[in-house]
Design a protein around this ligand. Structure first.
Ligand SMILES: [Zn+2]
Length: 299
C-alpha cells in the first residue's frame, strides 16, 4: 500500500526530491503509529516484561521518529525553493536567503563560456542549480545515502549542491560539477579518469595534486589507466592523478585532440599516434618531470 501511495506522490509532485521527502514524512508517522500499536498490544507478551521497559522503548521510538520527522520536514521545506535567481545561463533555487548565491552565480557565468567552448558543447537549456543549506538536507533530499562525501550531484541540465555558505570549497566544486553537466551532452563511454580528469582540469579542482602526488610518484606508485576506472578510482588517488592526465593531454596534444578523445575514448592510435601503453609511459614521464618533487614546480 505504501509503495503504491509513494508512486502516486511521485507522480503528483513530479519531482523526485520533493516526493521522497514527502513520502518519508508520511512513512515516519505510520511507523510511529504502528510501533505504538504494537507496544500497546504486547501488554502481556514477554517482549516487554516490565512496565518501565515498555515506557523506555516507547520513548526511544518516539524520539527517533521525531528526529526523522524533523529531518524530513526540514528537507521538504528546503525543497520548496522560495528564492529564485536567474542569470544568463543559470537558474538558482534555494530555500533560505543565501548571500553566497550572487558570488556563485558570478563564478559560474565567468566560467560558462570557457568550459562550453573548450569542450565544444552548446547547452540547449539553462542549468538549474538547486542549493541546499546543509549536507543533511542535501543527502536527505537527493537520497545520496550511499556516498556521504559527495556534496554535489549533476544531471543533464541540473546541479544539486550544498551551499558554499556552508562549505566555501563548494564555489570551485560547483564549477567542477558544471563541467560534468557540459560533458553529459557528449555521447561516449568515458573511463572514470577521463570524465573526472576533464571535470578537474576545466573545473580547476586539482585536489592538491602538487602536494599529494610527489611522494607517490617518487615511490613509483603510479596507477595504470585501467586502475583509474570504476570503483577503485577514488582509492587510487584518482582525483589528483586524473587531473594530471588531462593536463598532460591538453599540454602535449592540444584541445582539438583532447576533444576528439573525449568523443572517441578508444581511438588512442588514431588520435595520439601511440598505443595506450605508450601514452601511459609518456604520461609517467610527464608526472616525474612535473610532479616528481615539490622543488621542481616551486621555481
Ligand atoms: Zn566529478
Amino acid at each position: 500500500m505504501l509503495t503504491t501511495a509513494s508512486y502516486f506522490v511521485f507522480y503528483w509532485v513530479g519531482e523526485f526530491n520533493k516526493a521522497i521527502t514527502l513520502f518519508g514524512a508520511v512513512w515516519t508517522l505510520l511507523i510511529l503509529f504502528a510501533s505504538y500499536r504494537l507496544i500497546k498490544k504486547s501488554k502481556t507478551a514477554p517482549l516487554f516484561p516490565q512496565k518501565i521497559g515498555k515506557r523506555v522503548v516507547l520513548s526511544v521510538i518516539a524520539l527517533i521518529s521525531f528526529i526523522f520527522i524533523y529531518l524530513n520536514l526540514s528537507s521538504l521545506q528546503s525543497s520548496f525553493y522560495k528564492n529564485r535567481l536567474e542569470t544568463q545561463h543559470f537558474i538558482f533555487y534555494s530555500s533560505k536567503n543565501d548571500d553566497s548565491l550572487d558570488k556563485l552565480a558570478d563564478l559560474l557565468e565567468q566560467n560558462y563560456g570557457r568550459i562550453t567552448d573548450a569542450i565544444q558543447v552548446k547547452l540547449p537549456a539553462k542549468t538549474k542549480v538547486t542549493v541546499f543549506p546543509n549536507p543533511m538536507n542535501f543527502i536527505y533530499s537527493i537520497g545520496q545515502f550511499s556516498n556521504f562525501w559527495s556534496l554535489g550531484v549533476f544531471g543533464e541540465d541540473a546541479l544539486y549542491i550544498v551551499s558554499p555558505k556552508y562549505r566555501p570549497s563548494m564555489f570551485q566544486s560547483t564549477v567542477h560539477e558544471f563541467t560534468h553537466v557540459v560533458l553529459s551532452h557528449v555521447d561516449s563511454k568515458r573511463p572514470t579518469w577521463l570524465e573526472e580528469g576533464v571535470a578537474n582540469y576545466f573545473g580547476k579542482t586539482d585536489l592538491n595534486a602538487l602536494n599529494v602526488l610527489p611522494p607517490l610518484v617518487s615511490a613509483g606508485k603510479i596507477p595504470g589507466f585501467d586502475e583509474l576506472d570504476g570503483s577503485a578510482f577514488v582509492y587510487r588517488n584518482g582525483y589528483p592523478y586524473s587531473y594530471t592526465i588531462v593536463e598532460f593531454l591538453a599540454a602535449k596534444y592540444g584541445y582539438e585532440k583532447l576533444n576528439d578523445f573525449i568523443r572517441h575514448p578508444e581511438d588512442w592510435d588514431r588520435i595520439f599516434g601511440v598505443s595506450k601503453a605508450e601514452l601511459h609511459d609518456l604520461w609517467v614521464g610527464y608526472l616525474r618531470e612535473n610532479y616528481g618533487s615539490k622543488m621542481v614546480r616551486a621555481k
